[in-house]
Design a protein around this ligand. Sequence first.
Ligand SMILES: Cc1cc2nc3c(=O)[nH]c(=O)nc-3n(C[C@H](O)[C@H](O)[C@H](O)COP(=O)(O)O)c2cc1C
Length: 169
Amino acid sequence: METIDAILSRKSIRAFEEKEVEDEKIEILMKAGMAAPSAMNTQPWEFYVCKSEESKKAIKDVMAFGKYNAGIIIVPCVREMATIPLRHDLCYCDLGAASENILLAAHDLGLGAVWCAVYPDKNKMKTIRKVLEAPIGVTPYCCLYVGYPAKDDKSKVKEKYDEKRVKIL
Ligand SMILES: Cc1cc2nc3c(=O)[nH]c(=O)nc-3n(C[C@H](O)[C@H](O)[C@H](O)COP(=O)(O)O)c2cc1C
């Protein structure tokens, strides 16, 4: 798939087939995430991949707006020790870039995905960290539900382009 086609045809998928996501595809998703740009190339991330039913259920139990039956749930996390002192907030831009890369790579691989918010809800960030049994210093940023789109999925690519929002100087 061409890059522009992938960007313009991506959409959030919330209904999935009961089909496993292959390890080879998970590795490509991880490579896509880690290929993202980051401030001063700090790469302040770590990725947890929930594959087991038990770990996915534990995540879904705390995600009020993320109870989807995906094959895997990827949780990109901030690696606090790798963030830039005094410019800590930049890490959230880095994690956003990595997360979007994963959504686009999933689409390219014939998978579907949806981003569910964790950051900036401090309570949720802490709860998900405990669910993952991640150490203090590894902070969940979002949950990406990824799997094979359900055959009867009715979601549409939304028309978002609005030339009035573009100011060319
Ligand atoms: C920061 C962020 C938080 C989001 N949180 C949720 C969420 O909690 N649950 C959900 O179903 N979708 C969530 N989404 C997906 C958006 O609803 C979706 O991207 C938006 O409606 C546009 O649709 P599209 O992705 O199909 O273009 C989130 C997306 C972003 C970027």
